[in-house]
Write a new protein. Structure first.
Length: 284
C-alpha cells in the first residue's frame, strides 16, 4: 500500500468521535439551553476530543476555548516482499473556538518517518507533513432519531518535506453525525471526500466512511470500537482500504485526557497494524 499520505490523513483528514465519559455532565447544559444547537454547549462543560479514533465529533470546543491534541502512532505493513515501518510524531491539532460556540478553527502540522526494507536494503524518509487547515461548524442537535450533525470544510497546503508533501493544495469536506442512545452509549459516523495525489503524481478523489461506537466505563474512562475505509475514485488500479480499531481514554481532570489505541487493516491494500497514544489538554 501507499504509506506516503497515510500518516497525515489519519491525523487530520479523518473523522473522529467524542466520548460519552466526558459528555454526561454536558448533557445538563444542553437541556438548560433549550436551543437544540449541535452540542455547542457541550464543549464548554466537558472535554470532548477529536482523537484517538478516526471519526470526528459533532461538538465544537466553545467560544474562546483553545484545545491542543497531540499524539504518536507507529504503523507496520508487509506486502509483496516489502517491509514498511512508519512513525507519526506529534500529530498536533489546535482547535480554537471563534465568533460563536458552534464554530471552531482547526490547524494541524506534524512530522513523520517511513522506513522501507527490500532485499535487505533499508531506505528511510523523514520530514514535516503538509499543513492541515479546517473549520468545524456544528449544525443541528439530536432530535429523536435524527442525529446531531456538523460539517468540516478542510484542506492541506504544501508546506511539508518532499517525502510527505502532496505538492499542491488538497481541499475536502467532511460531514459527521452522532446519536446518543443512553448517557453511556453512543454511535457516530462520518462521510467525507478529499482531493488526493497518488505516488505517480496522479490526482484523484478519495472518499472515506466510518462508524464508531463509544461507551463510558466509568466517570473518567471510556472505550470505543470503530470501522473506517478509504475509497479512491478516479485512480487507475485504486483499491479501497478497510480498517478496524479500538482504544481507551482516561480523563485525568476536566481539562486533560490521555488515550491509547490499536488498529488493524482488513485487506491487503490496508496497512497491517498500528498502535498509538496521545494527550489532549484545554485552555479556557
Amino acid at each position: 500500500m501507499m504509506l506516503r499520505y497515510t500518516l497525515l490523513r489519519r491525523c487530520y483528514g479523518g473523522l473522529r468521535m467524542e466520548y460519552q465519559v466526558t459528555r454526561i455532565a454536558a448533557r445538563f447544559a444542553v437541556l438548560l439551553s433549550g436551543l437544540g444547537l449541535a452540542d455547542a454547549t457541550h464543549a464548554q462543560q466537558a472535554l470532548v476530543a477529536d482523537r484517538p479514533d478516526f471519526t470526528e465529533g459533532t461538538t465544537t470546543v466553545g467560544l474562546g476555548v483553545l484545545q491542543f491534541e497531540l499524539g504518536y502512532t507507529f504503523g507496520v505493513d508487509d506486502a509483496d516482499g516489502v517491509a514498511t515501518r512508519a512513525h507519526s510524531y506529534g500529530e498536533p491539532l489546535l482547535r480554537a473556538g471563534v465568533f460563536a460556540d458552534r464554530l471552531e478553527l482547526r490547524v494541524g502540522a506534524g512530522a513523520g518517518s517511513v522506513s522501507t526494507e527490500l532485499r535487505g536494503r533499508t531506505v528511510t524518509e523523514s520530514g514535516l507533513e503538509d499543513l492541515y487547515l479546517g473549520v468545524k461548524l456544528a449544525l443541528t442537535g439530536q432530535r429523536g432519531v435524527l442525529p446531531a450533525t456538523a460539517i468540516l470544510p478542510q484542506a492541506t497546503v504544501p508546506t511539508g518535506g518532499d517525502a510527505f508533501s502532496a505538492g499542491r493544495v488538497l481541499p475536502g469536506v467532511n460531514f459527521v453525525y452522532s446519536w446518543d442512545f443512553t448517557e453511556s452509549l453512543s454511535l457516530a459516523g462520518g462521510t467525507q471526500v478529499n482531493a488526493a495525489v497518488a505516488d505517480g503524481n496522479e490526482d484523484y478523489r478519495e472518499w472515506a466512511q466510518s462508524l464508531s461506537w463509544a461507551v463510558a466505563l466509568g466517570e473518567r474512562t471510556g472505550a470505543y470500537g470503530e470501522w473506517y475505509a478509504f475509497v479512491p475514485s478516479g485512480l487507475a488500479d485504486g483499491r479501497a482500504q478497510h480498517y478496524v480499531n479500538s482504544g481507551l481514554t482516561w480523563l485525568a481532570n476536566e481539562d486533560l485526557q490521555w488515550d491509547i489505541r490499536v488498529g488493524f487493516g482488513l485487506n491487503d491494500a490496508a496497512e497491517d497494524v498500528y498502535v498509538g497514544t496521545g494527550v489532549v489538554f484545554r485552555i479556557r
